[in-house]
Design a protein around this ligand. Sequence first.
Ligand code: FES
Length: 108
Amino acid sequence: MTEYTVEFVGTGETITMSDKQTILKACIEEGIAQEYSCRVGMCLACTAEIMEGEVTQPAARGFTEQERERYALTCMARPQSDLKLKRGVYPPSIENNTATQTPEAADD
Ligand code: FES
């Protein structure tokens, strides 16, 4: 087991966690307010942008191959290095999909 440091950019929050644990589980245990819902890789609510470092997340099927390198699905992702993550940032494919579902978009 290897331990890594995960820093949440702009929040002042940093945790130390095992590479055997998901980032979301470590957040919950440490009292970090990481957003989530399903915890099984389906809703994408737990997404964070990877500012530095690498994760393994073979079950993050909702991301394209390029998105998988830049975004972490924290309920599935395990650290492979020290990380800097930015919470609440979603890939363009998710942002664009959400934008078309707003009531304002439906009125256009
Ligand atoms: S909590 Fe739903 S995908 Fe992570």
